[in-house]
Design a protein around this ligand. Structure first.
Ligand code: SME
Length: 161
């Protein structure tokens, strides 16, 4: 079981702290990876300017060569197009999947909306099969909402370069 209340409180405090958006997102990635045993890689991808592709921003876990993902490609690229959550119990069952690490068995991608626009996503890989359930979905939707609400209230745009 994940301690949803603890994570939400931590993320709220980070968001309200006087740090840059990039620092906050890095702290959130590090915290989620350390706090939840089955979160083995945690990262944020955002739309890369005007291009129809995602660019990796902050992450915690092994570096990946997939720092740019075209819209439509892989689980992440599909979420960029569908605007829907994507929970994958078994990544090997997916034809349209980009492997970052051979140990990964399941994945969750939750889009991040600024007003009604899908500007990016949080992506989590697990080395445990079928690791994610509704509690992860609700938690990560909440994390993304905290980030986007803060961006809207403070007129912040994404800067990942
Ligand atoms: N597996 C993702 C690629 C990103 S890595 O997990 C870090 C995908 O299929 O889009």
């Amino acid at each position: 079981m994940i301690n949803t209340a603890k994570i939400k409180d931590f993320v709220t405090d980070v968001i309200l702290s006087p740090k840059s958006t990039n620092e906050k997102q890095q702290i959130i990635c590090d915290f989620l990876k350390n706090e939840v045993p089955y979160y083995d890689w945690v990262g944020f991808y955002f739309k890369n300017g005007e291009k129809e592709e995602l660019k990796l921003a902050e992450f915690a876990g092994e570096p990946t060569e997939h720092t740019i993902i075209p819209f439509g490609k892989g689980i992440c690229g599909q979420v960029a197009v569908s605007n829907e959550n994507f929970v994958v119990a078994d990544v090997h069952s997916q034809d349209n999947y980009i492997a970052c690490n051979i140990d990964v068995k399941s994945e969750i991608v939750i889009p991040l909306f600024l007003n009604d626009t899908n500007i990016g996503q949080i992506d989590i890989d697990s080395n445990t099969a079928n690791a994610f359930d509704k509690s992860d979905v609700h938690l990560l939707e909440h994390v993304n909402e905290l980030i986007s609400d803060h961006m809207i209230s403070n007129n912040i745009s994404i800067n990942i370069s």
